[in-house]
Design a protein around this ligand. Structure first.
Ligand SMILES: [Zn+2]
Length: 56
């Protein structure tokens, strides 16, 4: 498991890497996967699209 592309939580001065919780796929956009990230420090949640074509 890699966290290199994990976003940093915006609520801290230091960069706190957010952890990937779950993946969601949009039925209207089957090629698009959205990852739900959560900050382990403050619980802030954020959704970011994941480019699945890069992993192929
Ligand atoms: Zn945080």
């Amino acid at each position: 498991m890699t966290q290199e592309d994990a976003p940093a939580c915006e609520r801290h001065d230091a960069a706190v890497p957010m952890q990937l919780r779950t993946l969601h796929s949009d039925s209207s956009q089957p090629d698009k996967v959205v990852g739900l990230y959560e900050c382990p420090e403050c619980g802030y949640e954020r959704r970011l699209p994941i480019r699945t074509e890069d992993a192929a």
